[in-house]
Design a protein around this ligand. Structure first.
Ligand code: HEM
Length: 217
């Protein structure tokens, strides 16, 4: 290959990589919005199971659950596949990455490591969750409570909830850094704000799970 071919191909490749990064960011932003909405909608059970049932009925009557649910799952897959381009899957790559992250003690590198691990856990657990809920429509507070009281779903949610909220919180922060929305002078402030937001969402999720656990069915 001569030099002129290389100079033609490299910008072309980085243009494609830039576009894929952009799609990854947009799919990530969609998932962030979905997860915040999902958490608040499910938490309606804390106010009353009647409210949760009415909201679920609305989403099913308008086919938003039947169409939107699988659509969100596809967005999640696309997001994961695009992120997987950069994940250190081979053993050698993984070891080098962890060693590099330890040596650098760089907060943003460690955050990326947390993103990789949580992404893999979320992919497995959320796939099982989405399949279970959508293959047992209609959604009702009583059915959700039964899953949490009788089955093995409570421990799964206790892992999925912090993983998903952490992933979303860090993702939100990283989008801000990458697209220049957070200046380096404001990084520490945003990191603190993110931690407070994550803790808030995890608390809402835990209260929701407690409500399901002790709901009489
Ligand atoms: C795409 C369609 C989805 C639907 C229709 C849905 C619906 C539900 C419902 C009805 C519950 C109550 C518990 C139950 O019924 O078992 C629930 C809980 C939960 N879901 Fe989803 N879900 C979806 C996607 C997701 C995704 C993608 C995630 C995470 C990435 C997720 C994370 C959770 C968590 C952590 C809980 C526990 C309760 C809470 O913390 O609010 N869900 N979901």
């Amino acid at each position: 290959m001569n030099l002129s071919t290389i100079t033609l191909h490299v910008p072309e490749q980085s243009k494609i990589a830039g576009r894929l990064d952009f799609v990854m960011m947009v799919s990530g932003a969609l998932l962030i919005l979905f997860l915040w909405a999902h958490l608040l909608l499910v938490s309606s059970v804390v106010l009353s199971p009647v409210i949760m049932n009415a909201l679920a009925h609305f989403f099913e009557a308008t086919y938003m659950a039947q169409v939107g649910g699988p659509a969100i799952f596809v967005v999640m897959l696309i997001h994961f596949i695009l992120a997987a381009r950069k994940m250190p899957f081979e053993q050698g790559q993984w070891k080098a990455f962890v060693a590099h992250s330890r040596m650098m003690r760089h907060k943003d590198t460690t955050l990326w490591l947390v993103q990789v691990v949580s992404a893999i856990i979320i992919l497995v657990l959320a796939s099982a969750h989405v399949f279970t809920v959508l293959s047992d429509l209609p959604i009702t507070a009583a059915k959700s409570a039964a899953r949490i009281q009788n089955g093995s779903w409570l421990p799964i949610y206790l892992v999925l909830l912090p993983m998903a909220e952490m992933h979303v919180g860090i993702g939100f922060y990283r989008i801000g850094i990458k697209y220049g929305l957070i200046s380096s002078a404001r990084r520490a402030w945003y990191q603190r704000a993110e931690v407070i937001m994550m803790a808030g969402f995890i608390t809402i999720g835990l209260i929701t799970l407690a409500r399901f656990k002790w709901l009489s069915i």
